[in-house]
Ligand binder design. Structure first.
Ligand SMILES: Cc1ncc(COP(=O)(O)O)c(C=O)c1O
Length: 380
């Protein structure tokens, strides 16, 4: 077993047909969307190949995903998660929409923490809820005074209100501590706000930080988890909607049709990842920690004016490029002049201007090349 980030040469990556490798022309180095430059874990490959070879390609059945996730959660996070606290959904964003439907009515408020994963805005509005913004502090962490003001605003007129928490946070890579999550739960309880936590990045917490499952501190919490991010399985659709101990009755109200979402092959892949992909994940986390240090060193050497909050989790890094003196959005500048693609800061909502999100789940060589391209673009 070795670092999964070292295994795939660039020419092979360029043969991939997913969005990361097809969105831009071949002279652009893609460091934008959250896909990893890895070969997926062998036990996952084996499970998928075995299913295809035996034409086991029908509809999903049973509770294998719920059981595998419960076992994984017990091993990794000492979380006593029962299979009957879970239901399967197509993917995390679909699950978030269903969770918001359980705890709010059309027209009610959903509190978000800009800068945050861009689809949170679209999916919330598509579900007919309106957004109340509670921006993170400059350290990328929850500002509790701002959060409380947002809860108060959301609850005005006695309306229901939900808080969509990103734990760990995309794009800043911050991981809320247990104390912070307890404070969230206390505020939510006090204001009668229901918390929906997106924990898709949960297995991707790097050495130095500790992941706390939100439902451990809030029995009314609703949580979304999936193996898709940590094992690079976005193409194999499946995720779990999880209820805290006192929210299981809410879960029973999820319409039956929602269970039609996850694909059978998705469930097979995710179950293999959770049951047999632990060693691969540990190698990945070690590689990501090395890349995090490399990124910091490269920026300090070549682009000292770029500020970053060292990410504690995810494989995403939020770069504050406002001191570079670039006119317009840095992501547009780096794409045009450096042929390297990042996500534009403004898509993450208020406070994102002048920032880019960089994906460092790649080889050290390509990470170095990405920073070299940034520096070259600035030299002109
Ligand atoms: C925080 C967060 N939530 C959700 C998703 C998407 O999840 P899914 O493809 O399961 O809807 C992503 C993808 O990167 C993400 O970063």
């Amino acid at each position: 077993m070795s670092n999964p980030l070292l295994g795939v040469p660039l020419n092979e990556l360029r043969e991939r047909t997913s969005v990361k490798w097809r969105e831009y022309p071949p002279d652009v180095l893609p460091m934008f969307v959250a896909e990893m430059d890895v070969r997926i874990a062998e036990p996952v490959q084996d499970a998928i190949v075995a299913a295809v070879r035996s034409s086991d390609t029908g509809y999903p059945h049973g509770t294998a995903y719920a059981e595998a996730l419960a076992e994984f959660a017990g091993r990794r996070w000492d979380w006593d998660l029962a299979p009957d606290q879970q239901t399967s959904v197509a993917d995390v964003m679909t699950g978030i929409t269903e969770a918001l439907r359980l705890v709010t009515d059309p027209g009610d408020a959903v509190v978000l923490n800009p800068p945050v994963y861009a689809p949170f805005y679209d999916f919330t509005e598509h579900a007919g809820r309106h957004i109340v913004r509670a921006p993170l502090g400059p350290d990328g962490r929850i500002d509790f005074a701002v959060l409380e003001a947002a809860f108060k605003h959301g609850r005005s007129g006695g309306r229901r209100c939900a808080y969509l928490l990103c734990n760990p946070h995309n794009p800043t890579g911050t991981v809320p501590t247990r104390t912070e999550l307890e404070q969230v739960a206390e505020l939510a309880r006090g204001w009668g706000v229901r918390v929906v936590a997106d924990e898709i990045h949960a297995p991707l917490v790097l050495p130095g930080a500790v992941f706390t499952p939100y439902a451990q501190v809030d029995p009314l919490g609703l949580v979304l988890m999936s193996a898709s991010k940590a094992w690079n399985l976005a193409g194999f659709k499946a995720a779990q909607l999880i209820a805290g101990r006192d929210a299981v009755a809410d879960l029973r109200r999820v319409p039956e049709l929602v269970s039609h979402g996850p694909s059978h092959s998705g469930v097979i892949a995710h179950v293999a990842a959770l049951r047999e992909g632990g060693a691969w994940l540990d190698e990945l986390l070690a590689g990501l920690a090395e890349n995090r240090a490399l990124l910091q060193a490269l920026l300090a050497e070549h682009l000292p004016a770029v500020r970053l909050i060292p990410p504690e989790g995810t494989y995403l890094s939020w770069l504050d490029c406002r001191d570079l003196g670039i006119e317009g959005e840095p992501a547009d500048f780096f794409l045009e002049h450096g042929r390297v693609a990042f996500v534009r800061g403004p898509v993450f909502g208020g406070g994102g201007a002048g920032h880019v999100r960089l994906n460092y789940a790649t080889s050290p060589e390509l990470l170095t090349e990405g920073v070299r391209r940034m520096a070259a673009a600035l030299r002109g």
